[in-house]
Design a protein around this ligand. Structure first.
Ligand SMILES: [Zn+2]
Length: 173
């Protein structure tokens, strides 16, 4: 595939042209997620919701449409540093996120987890949970999504829609 074809494909999938950050312009900050928390204007901010302890955000580099991350506001690196209150908060936000994705985009499968420490594949030390929706035939996920009410595969569009849906969705107690 030529680089032009590759560029076109990626543009179709994610409107990559909008994402300066995705092209390698990493913001010059100590921690991207602390930058999101502090609303640092040089850090792309796709925050869907926040509580006193945690933040829910669309992943700027989605593995799949609807890829969400949830992280504690405190800059912690090790899972063992999570307090019970933070873990419970992240758990509740995870359930709400799953419920919304199941309801809105008919998601039937998820991978949920953390990449922690060296050799884990993690790229940002600030601990964050990934929620990755899985689709029946991912090579054809555009077809899958086009059968649903809304077609979403661009992070900023996903962010706009999820912010609205989140506000209207009741809290899990
Ligand atoms: Zn941080």
């Amino acid at each position: 595939m030529s680089s032009y074809e590759e560029h076109s494909l990626r543009k179709n999938l994610f409107s990559i042209g909008k994402l300066g950050y995705a092209k390698g312009d990493r913001p010059n900050v100590d921690c991207i997620l602390c930058g999101v928390r502090d609303k640092n204007e040089i850090v792309p901010n796709l925050t869907i919701a926040e509580t006193e302890l945690s933040i829910v955000s669309v992943n700027l580099f989605p593995y799949n449409p609807g890829h969400i991350i949830i992280f504690p506001k405190r800059h912690i690196i090790h899972y063992l540093e999570l307090t019970e209150a933070e873990a419970l908060d992240i758990h509740r936000l995870t359930q709400k996120t799953m419920r919304i994705l199941e309801k809105q985009w008919k998601v039937q499968g998820f991978n949920i987890g953390y990449n922690l420490g060296k050799n884990s594949g993690g790229s940002i030390p600030h601990i964050h949970e990934h929620i990755v929706p899985r689709f029946p035939n991912e090579a054809g996920f555009l077809d899958v999504l086009s059968n649903t009410r809304i077609v979403i595969y661009e992070p900023y569009q996903m962010w706009e829609d999820l912010k609205k849906i989140w506000t209207n969705e009741p809290e899990i107690v």
